[in-house]
Design a protein around this ligand. Sequence first.
Ligand SMILES: Cc1cc2nc3c(=O)[nH]c(=O)nc-3n(C[C@H](O)[C@H](O)[C@H](O)COP(=O)(O)O)c2cc1C
Length: 443
Amino acid sequence: MGIEQPAPEAERAPRAGAQLPPGKQLSPGVQLPPGAELPSGVQVPPGDQVPPRAQPLPGAQAPRGTQLSPGVQLPPGAPLSPDSRAGVGGGRAGAGALCLADYESLAGGLLSAPVGDFISGGSGAELTLRGNRSALDRVRITPRVMAGVEAADPSGRLVGSASEMPVAVAPMAYQRLVHPEGELELAQAAADAGVPYVISTLSSYPLEKIPGECWFQLYWLRDRAVVEGLVDRAAGCSALVVTVDVPVMGRRLRDVRNGFALPDDVVAANLQTTREAHAAVPGVSAVAAHTASAFSPTVSWDDLEWLKRRTELPLVVKGILDPRDARRAAEIGATAVVVSNHGGRQLDGAVASIDALPEVVDAVGNDIDVLMDSGIRSGTDVLKALAVGASGVLIGRPLLWALAVDACDEAFGLLRTEVTDAMLLAGCADLAAVKGLTWRNDG
Ligand SMILES: Cc1cc2nc3c(=O)[nH]c(=O)nc-3n(C[C@H](O)[C@H](O)[C@H](O)COP(=O)(O)O)c2cc1C
């Protein structure tokens, strides 16, 4: 029912202030904080209920004249102050995180369990999900000293886009699940931070509405006409990122257990329909059912050649782990590859991205850019990826968790601080110096 597109036609709302504009809806994946009242004009989508446990937590009071943001649940005993502004209207000032990794727990208390699982989860036994982290933890950098550096400069270029940090926002589907303005909010914060934003094929706002320096991520769909339409619509983006590691969706058991389905008002706004993704069936992941019907499992190198002929945008191939595949992508004319296991969401047991990176860099690093993602949670992780040979990284979940607590600006600020701190502590004035660092695997 009621699932046909298009998505909400909202014009870009003013970014200042975290209160929902009149008529805006709470994101379906967001639970109201205990004791919170709905701002006037905010509608609860059908089926979403104010939790019966909506009692104020001890010590949690909004300062006079402010309203709790609907996207924030206060930690027990945490008084709000006008300075911290955690969860208060104007919450774009931050959620009180001290580091990028903090957003996981901040968002965890806020999102409904199925949405939290959809974001955090991996496939199968989640070996690769955990392996991404343990592999990054094993990488150790040998810092340089006496470099005489007063300020580190992490700016550079990523796939032809100017970037204030060697970072881009990973493509992530359905961001309206966690924030009413979803992609609009995260992309604007990325633009303000000078960081490219990758729009997912499955974005919940139409790609034309998403602000800033954007790359478009393409999933290979069964319907070639739809692929062609998306490629044409993405012509104004700065790069085309084709994701090649989803011939079928990995079995994400959390979604299966939860019978996860999209609420009616979160849609794949670039596509004609996402009907299957809304069909809640116990023991079935509706998003996997949608993928099975819409995505082409037979995507091949011939398709990449076709795509290369079809677009003038720099072509980025995301989801490469084997150096032979990286070589093939480079031969076809890709501008970059992303060494990625999809954040542990596809083949469970796949090698950790950071462990796959050195061989891919050896194979193609002199010819094309090699980006990396999966498991990056801090500025030191960014430093490690660059020292191991990446030109830059994509960051996924931490930014979605920051979006959930309406703290995207704070998150980019923290990330920049973490990156520059790591550079200073390693004696690096710029990214060229970072790439010259030596590292070892402490496993
Ligand atoms: C909720 C969620 C949705 C995602 N949606 C997409 C997508 O639409 N297209 C895509 O290429 N990758 C998608 N990914 C994978 C990310 O682009 C990226 O590879 C991964 O999240 C990186 O790992 P990290 O989350 O540990 O940083 C998604 C990941 C998550 C967590």
